[in-house]
Design a protein around this ligand. Structure first.
Ligand code: NAD
Length: 480
């Protein structure tokens, strides 16, 4: 891959980029071709990385004050911004993400670093009124070594929100990127070195989940785990964290609904209804995979969404289509297996794959399915592909029951002109974020984000993440 200015087949431990004798192929989802090799780190490298992080905490990194940590993060954010185009091209080839979406991810990473750089010295403790003769105050302190286990769908954004916040609070990080997409994570650590982060503050060990990931989550030197990924693996991570009695943030899957009421402004809603389902080929935790529509407008919404589906371009990521390929042949099979169980549904529209899309790419035509009932498998499970289901409802109570009726609760949106309904539903809908007459597809850098139920627990993004990546100490002084 021409854009790589570093050797990706190395792990970064305590400032050294060590070669490993075992590697994993990097496959470009747009072509199916192997374009690079990354290291396949094992428990040995993970152990060395955790030790390097602890050494950094005991040394120069731990000694830095909050303002200087913030300056380093800000400097790193500028380096990321300067390289946004290169990072976007790397991501496009690694994830199969259309260029403009990959560019948005790179700029979001830069913005996270800017945000957390600015926030680093602004989280304060409190003084607590207590008995006469006492002064009591609180201190916010880092956990220590934090582990960051990252999925393949948004590597840059997820590193920005978790590693950015962890570093701002003074933790030292060990990153385990996804085996399917590690390149921008490796680039990020290279840029952090360029920015001047002390040795060992940020370490990265690419590798398989069941090897490097499992070793990292079980390591007794890790004091906090931030995991973003699937429910089954999240459950394993929480069990590993429990064994070591360390806190864990789980950012898991979703089946997020957008509710369209009779009085909705459809022209405003339509781009959000479709784009939030097809962004990153639907491989988004907060994908709007369920569209719930008031029965009287059901046919109209399906028709208008279908027209947009037919206009969607599907092709290689570097040609910057609306929708790229899926991450892997395996993921395409998973999505196809759901479609195979949708014979009883109506195919309202299907997108078209570009005629010149390489035969080896993992393409799947986007599908809009109507005539769906709330209890259908495709209306309950996370498909993680370019598939949306449209479900009718008769009244507000039914809409809420359907919206809240899956195991997941991450994000929801309501489209209505009624201010009273907006306020009611903001309270009644389960989830970590509710959007009113908009859809944030995960929301901005500043907005706390996270799930309820099987979508996980803990909050990342915004100022809130700084509480999660720190621990509170109460100091009570008796002075008479
Ligand atoms: P995944 O759970 O398969 O993998 C995520 C990470 O965990 C990878 O780095 C992987 O190597 C690692 N891993 C796998 N097995 C492990 C083990 N036994 N021990 C430790 N680590 C292990 O998830 P995925 O398929 O890469 O990502 C898709 C999922 O992530 C979807 O469910 C999606 O909704 C979710 N996701 C959630 C958010 C959010 O913020 N809520 C954001 C993005 C993705």
């Amino acid at each position: 891959m021409n854009e790589l200015w570093f050797d990706p087949a190395r792990v970064a431990i305590g400032g050294d980029w060590a070669a490993t004798d075992r590697t994993l192929p990097v496959v470009d989802p747009s072509t199916g071709e192997t374009v690079a090799q990354i290291a396949r780190g094992t428990a040995n490298e993970v152990d060395a990385a955790v030790r390097a992080a602890q050494t950094a905490l005991d040394g120069p990194w731990g000694a830095l004050d909050a303002t200087d940590r913030g300056r380093l993060l800000t400097r790193l954010g500028r380096l990321v911004e300067d390289r946004a185009e290169v990072l976007a091209r790397i991501e496009a080839q690694d994830v199969g993400k259309p260029l403009k979406q990959a560019r948005a991810d790179a700029l979001a990473l830069a913005r996270y670093l800017e945000f957390y750089g600015g926030a680093a010295d602004k989280l304060m403790g409190e003084t607590i009124p207590y008995r006469p003769g006492y002064t009591v105050y609180t201190l916010r302190e880092p956990h220590g070594v934090t582990a960051h286990i990252v999925p393949w769908n948004y590597p840059m954004q997820i590193i920005g929100r978790s590693v950015g916040a962890a570093l701002a609070m003074g933790n030292a990080c060990v990153i385990k990127p996804a085996e399917e997409a590690s390149l921008t994570a490796l680039a990020f650590v290279r840029l952090a070195q360029e920015a001047g982060f002390p040795t060992g503050a940020i370490n990265i060990v690419p590798g398989l989940g069941e090897e490097a990931g499992a070793a990292l989550s079980a390591h007794p030197g890790v004091q906090h785990i931030s995991f973003t990924g699937s429910v089954p693996v999240g459950s394993l991570i929480q069990a590993a964290a429990a064994r070591n009695v360390v806190p864990v943030t789980l950012e898991l899957g979703g089946k997020s609904p957008q509710l369209v009421f009779e009085d909705a402004d459809l022209d405003a809603a339509l781009p959000f209804l479709v784009n939030a389902g097809l962004q990153n080929a639907g491989q988004t935790c907060s994908a709007a995979s369920r569209i719930l529509v008031a029965r009287r407008r059901y046919d109209q919404v399906v028709d208008r969404m279908a027209a947009r589906y037919r206009a969607v371009s599907v092709g290689p990521a570097l040609s910057d289509p609306d929708v790229g390929p899926l991450i892997s042949a395996r993921q395409r099979e998973v999505v196809q297996s759901y479609l195979d169980r949708a014979a009883d549904l109506t195919l309202a529209a299907e997108g078209r794959i570009a005629a010149d899309a390489p035969a080896g790419g993992h393409y799947l035509a986007p599908r809009l399915l109507s005539g769906v009932t709330a209890d259908h498998l495709l209306a309950r499970e996370e498909i993680f592909g370019p598939v949306q289901v449209v479900i009718p409802f008769d009244d507000e109570d039914e809409a809420v029951a359907i919206a809240n009726g899956t195991d997941f609760a991450l994000v929801a949106a309501v489209w209505t002109d009624s201010g009273a309904r907006q306020m009611r539903l903001a309270k009644r809908l389960r989830g970590g974020q509710v959007f009113l007459n908009t859809y944030g597809a995960g929301g901005g850098v500043e907005l706390p984000f996270g799930g309820v139920g099987k979508s996980g627990h803990g909050r990342e993004k915004g100022f809130e993440a700084l509480y999660g990546f720190s621990t509170l100490k109460t100091v009570a002084a008796h002075h008479g």
